[in-house]
Design a protein. Sequence first.
Lengths: 372, 287
Amino acid sequence: MQNDAIITLENVSQEFDGTKVLHDINLSVRNHEFFTLLGPSGCGKTTILRILAGFEIPTTGRVTIGGREATALPPHRRKVNTVFQSYALFPHMTVFENVAFGLRMSRTPREEIRARVSEILHMVELEGMEGRKPQQLSGGQQQRVAIARAAVNKPLVLLLDEPLSALDAKLRRQMQRELKHLQRRLGITFVFVTHDQEEAFSLSDRVVVMDQGRIEQMGTPIEVYEEPVNLKVAKFVGETNILDAEVLGQDLLCPDGSLKARVEGEERSCLLKAKRPFGEGSRVKVVLRPEDLIVHTHRPSVEAGLSLEGVVDETIYKGTTYDIAITLKTGKKLLVTEFFDEDDEKMIVAAGQPVFVTWIKGWEVVLPDDQA
Amino acid sequence: MTRPNLFKSLAIGGTTAWLALFALLPFLLIVGVSLLTRDPSAFVSAELSVQGYRNIADEGFLRIFLDSLWWAAITAAGCLVLAYPFAYGLAKLKTRRKNLFLLLIIIPFWTNSLIRTYALIFIIKSQGLLNTALLGLGLIAQPLEILYTDTAVLAGLIYTLLPFMILPLYSSIEKLDPCHLEAAKDLGAGRLRAFWEVTLPLTWPGILAGTMLTFLPALGMFYVPDVLGGAKSLLIGNFIKNQFLTARDWPTGSAASVVLTLIMALLLAFYSGSTKDRPRQTEDLGA
């Protein structure tokens, strides 16, 4: 992992007026990867980006870019470029002048500037807009100019600070696809900052989930979604159902260390798949995604595993899916998402109807009860 | 007529009447007088003549006029050079300190500027504050002879007009979005380059406004050379004053006033033309 790292942060901490906003961050970004910093606002993701750009110098720790020490290197001497959240296009310059700015600063010959600007404007589909001022462009067009202005310099890494947050939902999805294509075509490493989990997952090769200045989890979108390491991550990425359980014992015969546990609302004990050991009597949380749950109108057979009794609160038709909100006997609310299956009509339930909920065995995630 | 309409008509009508009575009418009188004949006994006699204009068409007046422009230009440039760093620093201060400094700039306005000009004499005269301090510190052996020189006039003009440069500069620098400067640095511009390419063009409206607010008044500030320059006729304002009060040649003074007003109007027209097609600051960008 270290050998093809284009960016590394080692024990990076940042303080503002005595308040620590980053705690001992260690991460490395691989060359050509689409790397996303995901987290709620104020989690420190933008601070990391600003440290990479050189706008802030970390209180402690070390930064390398392209294998070279860059902790205190000023922004104009780094081979990285930024796409700002507000775009920060120069209002007194035309689109051409904006995009050519970086090349002009690096004393690129006039002819080459012309060629490279028109090439990148072609890539972001802005041909013919060269003479316009930023104020004469739509939000989406300004966004493209901002990306072109940064990418035209062929940086080692392109830093993107919530670049799509100002766009409406439809344009946003379109720009997400274009960003992904652009990243492949340019072959540049992207470090992307967002608070939108769906956006992070659909674009990224790897995601870092951050909260309160700390890295909670780093991994591929699939890893983060399916194997969250704690409740914080589980709750932040996507919808979750969380059941309380008590560990009765660890079954050492099972290879993946199944837990014998009692889940709330059910007298019988059951086996849960756990990635780590838990002591007898400890309280744990069982995390289940809405799409992992199955709703039955009749009590399922014992082989189906644990079945939790409850009553349907409401059903929400969403086109491709069908959401069912259920209150269990224990009072806990569950959300179930069913995908339509044309050969199966069992899913027609109505509010007030008693139901039984099971889940696909082995898809549960057992986490310590850390009260996140 | 509804109330808001009544208010609107009163507000606009009142101001218009005021300006017509005390600005337009006197100006028309001046234009009129400039076309009459000089009469030492009764100020002017009602006989049409262009002698006033003929008088100022000679070389002497042209020299005063060019000198005047030159002095006003140096004053405006001096104000700009002094005010820009100050306004820049001011705009970057924390709000509380910022307000304190703004107050300090405005306080001198509470005193009449003629009185403040006289006060300058006590600072720069031979045995004044400045010389006493410099002599006391051993920095100079002989007192500096500043009073009644061109230096004193320039110092007086810059001193009087400096706030009119600082305030518009401050307001345009404060509106600067720091992200533009960051973008410039991100794209490879060093400090100086970023200033030249981004900060300066984006604060251009403030520079122009400040220049107008210092250059134009400097042309007519006759009392500063009168008080500090030993009554030398340096500025066109002094020339006009002298024509009216000393030479008693009202048509010539009026003619000079008309020419000065026209020049100012031209400059203002140029100014508004150059700011009109300039992009506003960046509020309409982004979100």
